[in-house]
Write a protein that binds this ligand. Structure first.
Ligand SMILES: Nc1ncnc2c1ncn2[C@@H]1O[C@H](COP(=O)(O)OP(=O)(O)OP(=O)(O)O)[C@@H](O)[C@H]1O
Ligand SMILES: O=C(CO)[C@H](O)[C@H](O)COP(=O)(O)O
Length: 423
């Protein structure tokens, strides 16, 4: 069975050249006037024909090239999603792309092991593709994939920046089936670029390119339960090997991944329930959405009354709850020295269509019509977490990202109108 990480679809292994690869790069943007090939390592720049260009490279050069398609329309909005492996990034991405409509699929006719997902509006790239050491290299040098030394932040920065500026890039592919780095794939600048993975906020240069960022903060207990469910039940790993893998990653997770949450605009924390004393089943979850105040284009969601502190048990006539019930909390707090608003849900829904009752008491949710959250949740009722705060807050986050995108777009249009009025 194919190994999976990030947003990739399962596929069979393909062998691709590791040395002296010839990379065909093409620029299909209609508005492209010229194609510029820049060697990412040597900083050389060659202007070539618009339709296509060939880059030869050696292992020393690292098979990296950037294709610049000048004249692409509009600025790409960049969203960062950080989390450890197995913490629900792919599920979140599926909810997010659904909010924008249209199906997301890997690049057509490309590497079947591509980690990229493209829809009409969004392109999701997986930052595992910027591993500079493949599985064998990491083993040789005794470093984990979480260690910055196993990742190429210079290339990540160059390529995210290029995409943001409307230029297409030749992005490497980390093949989770073979554990090798495959020949690059062309990524065209989308309307919304989502960079998801272990390190979207680790490198300051990359962080500064983000228009909005989210960190999925899954507590150790819950992470362990999810890993067991997936890697034991679905992938046939043993309990011991799962425990060993979590323990081996923990020091690097604490050093390099976890600190990124201080930079996130929204942190979704997933914790064991407080509704069941000493619960150790991990099925009922307490989920908190920590939303930074004062972020451009983003207003935190609130329950009943903005800025108040509210504890709410919605169970009763309008919301069916079985044991242990549902409890909401909303209020102000500080997080890493920043002012935040926190919305919390502990417990799980019995009847998802009744979520409309909760939705009607939430404000600043960036919906386009009454009941949009409930509609999205019902549409993906089969996704993990649809009956609790993980699904609810991921859906709300998706709607907020759409709101941020639309406000950036409106701002760009206003600026353009002002410019032309001045001219
Ligand atoms: N909200 C949730 N509730 C319960 N289980 C979940 C939830 N989200 C994810 N899981 C479990 O965790 C597993 C991993 O989820 P997902 O594939 O979305 O994570 P990921 O971060 O993309 O992982 P990777 O980076 O390893 O591909 C799922 O198979 C599922 O078992
Ligand atoms: O932390 C991870 C992010 O998905 C992976 O473990 C990392 O990308 C290495 O992948 P693999 O285990 O397939 O070699």
């Amino acid at each position: 069975m194919a190994a999976m990480a990030c947003t990739s679809a399962a596929s069979t292994a393909v062998s691709t050249p590791r040395l002296g690869a010839t990379v065909k790069a093409s620029c299909s943007a209609k508005s492209a006037r010229s194609v510029q090939l820049a060697s990412a390592f040597h900083g050389q720049s060659v202007v070539a024909k618009p339709s296509s260009a060939v880059v030869k490279s050696s292992r020393r050069e690292g098979r990296r090239a950037v294709v610049v398609c000048k004249g692409a329309d509009g600025q790409t909005v960049v969203i960062g999603l950080a989390a450890d492996s197995g913490c629900g990034k792919s599920t979140f991405m599926r909810r997010l792309t659904s909010v924008f409509g249209g199906a997301a699929s890997p690049p057509k006719g490309g590497n079947p092991d591509s980690n990229t997902l493209i829809s009409d509006t969004t392109t999701v790239i997986c930052l595992d593709d910027y591993h500079s050491l493949d599985r064998y290299g990491r083993k040789e040098q005794a470093v984990t994939a979480l260690d910055p030394r196993a990742n190429n932040f210079d290339l990540m920065y160059e390529q995210v920046k290029a995409l943001k500026e409307g230029k297409s890039v030749e992005k490497p592919i980390y093949n989770h089936v073979t554990g090798l780095l495959d020949a690059p794939e062309t990524i065209q600048p989308p309307k919304i670029l989502v960079i998801e993975g272990l390190h979207p906020m680790y490198d300051e240069r990359v962080r500064d390119l983000l228009d909005f960022s989210i960190y999925l903060d899954i507590s150790d207990d819950v992470k362990f339960a999810w890993k067991i469910q997936r890697d034991m039940a679905e992938r046939g790993h043993s309990l011991e090997s799962i425990k060993a893998s979590i323990a081996a990653r923990k020091p690097d997770f604490d050093a390099f991944i976890d600190p990124q949450k201080q930079y996130a605009d929204v942190v979704i924390q997933v914790l064991p329930t407080q509704l069941i004393p000493d619960d150790n089943e991990g099925k009922v979850l307490r989920v908190r959405m920590v939303m930074k105040e004062g972020v451009q284009y983003f207003e935190p969601v609130y329950l009943f009354d903005e800025g108040s502190t509210i504890s709410w048990i919605p169970c009763g006539r309008k919301l069916t709850c079985s044991y242990p019930g549902i409890k909401f909390f909303y209020g102000p707090d500080t997080y890493y020295g920043n002012e935040v608003s926190v919305l919390e849900m502990d417990g799980q829904f019995d009847k998802l269509d009744e979520l409309i009752y909760v939705e009607s008491h939430l404000s600043n949710i960036s919906t386009k019509f009454y009941g949009e959250i409930t509609q999205q949740m019902l549409k993906h009722a089969d996704f993990p977490g649809s009956n609790n705060g993980t699904g609810l807050f991921q859906t709300i986050c998706g709607l907020k990202i759409r709101g941020v995108y639309e406000r950036i777009l409106a701002n760009q249009k206003n600026a353009t109108t002002l410019e032309s009025a001045k001219a």
